[in-house]
Design a protein around this ligand. Sequence first.
Ligand SMILES: Nc1nc2c(ncn2[C@@H]2O[C@H](COP(=O)(O)OP(=O)(O)OP(=O)(O)O)[C@@H](O)[C@H]2O)c(=O)[nH]1
Ligand SMILES: [Mg+2]
Length: 298
Amino acid sequence: MAMDYVVVLPTLNEREGLAKTLDELFAVGVPPGRVLVVDGGSTDGTCDVAKERGVRCVLQEGRGKADAIRTALKLVDADVVVVMDADFTYPAEHIKELLARDCDEVIGARKMLEPGSQRFVYRFGNWVLTRWFNLLFGTDLSDVLSGMYAVRRGAVADMEFSSRGFSIESEIAAHIASTGGTICEVPIKYRRRVGEKKLSVRHGLQIARDMVLLALRYNPAFLISLAAAFLAVPGLLLAAWVAYKWIFLGVKHYVWGIIAFALIAGGAAAGAVAVLTLYLKRMEIRVLRRLRRCAGAV
Ligand SMILES: Nc1nc2c(ncn2[C@@H]2O[C@H](COP(=O)(O)OP(=O)(O)OP(=O)(O)O)[C@@H](O)[C@H]2O)c(=O)[nH]1
Ligand SMILES: [Mg+2]
């Protein structure tokens, strides 16, 4: 990754965590001019902590973490944006490892957990959501929801944000994975949080729902294939039963026969749409890759 980077820290009432995060960033050699704090309207003087240290702090547009990242991507003109929670959970020492990898997105995958840093329900939820994401987007990630990642600005330049709150990590990964970009992971340490947690189990359910909406937008072939299977499989079973009754027992089930035919026809139509969607998606990825290569060559 290029070394023209800016570290973006979204904050909401994160005074104590931000102070420790900034001091650690400076200690590993990140200068104040390379940090941007995007605040969600904190009432505890979070922005003052940044300003006291010579770090720019801006008030985000809209609400929630997703809008904070969107605001940052508009303001920053560096090649690479490193996003990090400002709660002192992500060690700043990993920034250089993220910047060293040559991918459109480099995720800091939380592998070395400090005891008490992530409750079982969150760890399990994280695992389920990452598997769900992999299934929907054909990726092989281990921690898609990590709050520490580096993104090439060019890879998200044409992204139209639709997520709210904590779904932003999956939306960025969905966009990159579905537009021919590359995503890598780097194992990182994860510490106990300083200050009050903002994410709840309710947010986890919202993230799962948002992933389905993202899949419909970015990678609909999988969901349409699923719909095709839901129609065709019962249709085929029903047709086999109707045929068995007719051939071996001489009983004719006209209504069930028509229903089976309708299910199979619906499944076949959905299957054809899925193949077409897949074809269009592949074409889009090829075109985007070529455009990126041309843009890189200019
Ligand atoms: N600008 C902005 N930042 C936010 C908002 N909500 C949370 N944040 C910040 O986003 C980061 C992530 O929030 P956390 O509460 O740590 O959520 P999380 O990292 O998903 O969950 P944890 O497992 O508790 O760390 C923190 O730095 C928060 O201060 C918001 O609405 N606006
Ligand atoms: Mg956090």
